[in-house]
Design a protein around this ligand. Structure first.
Ligand code: FES
Length: 222
């Protein structure tokens, strides 16, 4: 069964993306992990029914925010209120991506914004790398937007840079646009497999938040 466990480094609880069978168990039992139910996690699984495509999109309500810990508890109320902006500025989440298979995406949230975490296929990586960056509206390579040795892990805000809609493409069956990444139907912005703007009114690529892998499978965002 999927768990939400504490890490040694920070004491915070990384959000672990449940695998299909685990998600089924969570849904079936309404089991809790750290007080979080499967419903809370928004986990669904479609691979029980023959012919139904495995759902590769998992919405995870993240629960781990840095800075909202013992130090904040110890602060006087007035100080907490005045420091809220600072606390927010420091907020980070840790996500265990071990269960996200190649070609799958999950959606989580960070600082109240959707975040897409995508495990690119080799073909998607190749597609991103063969683009002439000089011709892009917002010139960036895939390497610019990922970490060395982990170019398959594309982590971006799920917020269109035009007017802030949440693009499609992170869930199974959703339209990914003309360039195989994400598509914002609000006004027709198309992003490629590196989440770079390729067509439509969005002025820039989907934003890559500050992130780092703190282990082989746990990524810290923020
Ligand atoms: S908000 Fe995405 S295209 Fe307008």
């Amino acid at each position: 069964m999927s768990t939400v466990k504490k890490t040694k480094s920070t004491g915070k609880k990384p959000v672990k993306a449940p695998k299909g069978p685990a998600a089924v168990a969570l849904n079936a039992d309404k089991a809790t992990s750290g007080g979080i139910t499967a419903d809370d996690l928004g986990v669904e699984n479609n691979d029980q029914a023959p012919g139904v495509r495995r759902r590769d999109f998992i919405h995870i309500a993240t629960v781990s925010f840095a800075g909202v810990g013992a130090a904040a508890v110890a602060m006087p109320l007035v100080s907490q209120m005045s420091a809220s902006a600072d606390v927010l500025a420091l907020a980070s989440i840790e996500v265990d991506v071990a269960a996200i298979q190649t070609g799958q995406s999950i959606k989580t949230s960070w600082r109240k914004q959707p975040v897409f975490i995508r495990n690119l296929t080799p073909a998607e990586v190749e597609e991103a790398n063969k683009v002439d960056v000089g011709g892009l509206r917002d010139p960036q390579t895939l390497a610019d937007r990922t970490k060395p040795g982990k170019e398959n892990w594309l982590i971006t805000l799920g917020v269109c840079t035009h007017l802030g809609c949440v693009p499609l493409g992170a869930a199974a069956g959703e339209v990914k646009g003309e360039y195989g990444g994400y598509f914002c139907p609000c006004h027709g912005s198309h992003y490629d497999t590196a989440a770079r703007i390729r067509k439509g009114p969005a002025p820039t690529n989907l934003v890559v938040p500050e992130f780092a892998f703190i282990s082989d499978t746990v990524v810290k965002i923020g």
